[in-house]
Design a protein. Structure first.
Length: 543
């Protein structure tokens, strides 16, 4: 009756295309179903792969791995399709101001970024001299041509179908297969790669989409062949025009150009070039962005044959190839996606002991109840920056978030995550959290979060210590406002973890009568499992 394939892929943007090629090369059969809409985020994307980002001009520690995978992937697709759409070329990043230039030039050897060199020149003939850096390795994907070549390749093999699939009507999820009676298709698994299109199976993906405006313009006497960045990017086109973008609009979720978006791009472009710029076209798309700015891969916890590959945001060109390989390994039973991008992070964690949510989630829920616009909050162990960004969003632009960590690598990862989100209320300090009383006054802080132990995927020999952790907790208690909340997540499974837990537990129990203390054990509780303490400072009633 029906055709059977191993993989039914819904959506043929950057995620769906990367997944299709990766599965195809592994020898698995696929069928892509796509709506073939003109103005999806992938089809209007500039396809830029940029190594250095943020105000501090830092490179993601994962960039080299992503770059290597992307370069090999796109070169192989070019060979398969006998087309050309990916160009590896240096890019230029102009300094925003003299402060940025001085900061770059004053970097120590340890702080320097491989692949960056000082650049001076002009972007227009007879234009004023500008200063910045060159960045390599970098590249640009002609996304429209890549998607068309992919579509044509799989259509020729009867592995592509244009259709607006309705999950409620067209899909039946069974224990051993996926069935679509309307399309006369069955599959071993369903892989959802739909960008911002609503999907009832994963209703919270994406949970923070952002619309972006992109213009095609003609800049008088423009002469750079490299892509140039400064607030906006300028990418030269073969016909002598330039593509310029883009905005980040978190309020308007419609993939339609706006006058406000055009004005914003033109204003920022005016800081780089001079003269009358002619606008030839204006398009917009909505990026599938997540609140934590991490992609989403993995499977539905209720249906192991329903998977998702989404949330790539503005870095889809770079990220898609490596993440598709990671998801293939998951399908083949060779490990799960990393926790920070696993879709399981969006679902309440359940256990055989009664359905407890993750302790990290419970900690965030505790502080969320007390934080508001304009508050002061402290992330006493910033780690990879997830709690830092979470707290920063809760207190808004008028609030202040202070983050502590002794590891430079942790601070750099956090700083990049903060800058990529546009948050401006964060102060990061490379010093022990026991010094937090030097940064805030007594009774001034609304929430403090501790995540003790070692930093995952970093040096496990660097751990928080009982003496400095207890000093920091004492200082945090003094800093808390009445009704303020402090969370302390302790880990007991590593060397020194049990001793630190006992020291923290003893300190909190002896904190006096003006505090409420809640202990939350992991479920099922084991001698080495984590423990969360939620500490609330009471209002002191006048006698």
């Amino acid at each position: 009756m029906s055709r059977h394939v191993e993989n039914l892929i819904v959506g043929q943007g950057l995620a769906g295309s990367a997944m299709a090629w990766t599965l195809h090369w592994s020898g698995q059969s696929i069928l892509i179903i796509d709506r073939d809409e003109e103005h999806t985020a992938s089809r209007v994307a500039a396809g830029l792969v940029t190594p250095v980002t943020g105000k501090r001009l830092v490179k993601s520690p994962e960039y080299d791995d992503y770059w290597s995978a992307a370069l090999n992937f796109y070169r192989r697709v070019e060979q398969e399709t006998q087309t050309s759409f990916f160009a590896a070329a240096d890019m230029i990043r102009l300094f925003e101001d003299e402060v940025a230039r001085s900061a770059f030039l004053s970097r120590s050897e340890a702080e320097s970024v491989t692949g960056t060199e000082l650049w001076q020149g002009s972007v227009q003939t007879a234009g004023s001299k500008q200063v910045g850096i060159t960045m390599t390795p970098a590249g640009r994907l002609n996304v429209k041509h890549y998607l068309q070549a992919t579509r044509s390749y799989f259509a020729a093999r009867e592995s592509y179908q244009q259709q607006n699939l309705c999950f409620d009507r067209d899909i039946s999820i069974q224990d051993d297969r996926i069935v679509s009676e309307t399309q006369a298709i069955s599959a071993d698994r369903l892989i959802c790669c739909q960008g911002v299109q609503k999907n009832p199976l994963f209703p919270s993906v994406p949970n923070n989409p952002s619309r972006g405006d992109i213009l095609t313009v003609r800049i008088p006497e423009y002469e750079r062949r490299e892509v140039v960045h400064r607030s906006v990017w300028i990418a030269p086109n073969p016909d002598g025009s330039q593509t310029v973008g883009s905005t980040y609009d978190w309020k308007n979720k419609q993939a339609e150009p706006t006058a406000e978006g055009r004005a914003e791009v033109m204003k920022k472009l005016g800081r780089i070039v001079k003269g009358i710029v002619a606008v030839e076209s204006h398009v917009a798309g909505v990026r599938p962005t997540m609140k934590d700015y991490e992609p989403v891969t993995g499977c539905d916890p209720k249906h192991k044959n329903v998977l998702i590959f989404n949330g790539l945001g503005s870095k889809g060109t770079l990220r898609a190839p490596l993440l598709a390989t990671e998801l293939l390994h998951f399908i083949q039973g060779q490990g799960a996606p990393r926790a920070t991008r696993n879709v399981s992070r969006l679902f309440p964690r359940t256990t055989s002991g009664g359905g407890q949510r993750a302790l990290t989630t419970l900690a965030q829920e505790a502080v969320q109840k007390v934080l508001g616009e304009g508050d002061i909050a402290i992330d006493a162990t910033v780690g990879n920056g997830f709690d830092t960004c979470f707290l920063s969003r809760l207190i808004g632009e008028t609030g202040q978030l202070i983050g502590f960590d002794v590891q430079q690598s942790a601070l750099e990862a956090t700083r990049q995550r903060v800058e990529s989100t546009g948050l401006t209320n964060v102060k990061l300090l490379q010093q022990g959290h026991e010094t937090l009383n030097q940064q805030v006054a007594e009774n001034s802080v609304s929430a403090v979060m501790f995540n003790l132990g070692y930093l995952p995927r970093h040096d496990h020999k660097i751990i928080t210590q009982p003496d400095t952790s207890t000093q920091a907790i004492k200082a945090a208690i003094k800093a808390l406002k009445p009704d303020g909340v402090m969370t302390v997540l302790t880990y007991r499974g590593h060397v020194g973890g049990q001793e630190e837990f006992e020291a923290v537990h003893s300190l909190l129990l002896d904190s006096g009568q003006h505090y409420d203390l809640q202990r939350i054990d992991s479920t099922p509780a084991k001698a080495t499992s984590p423990v969360l303490f939620v500490f609330r400072k009471r209002q002191v009633k006048e006698q």
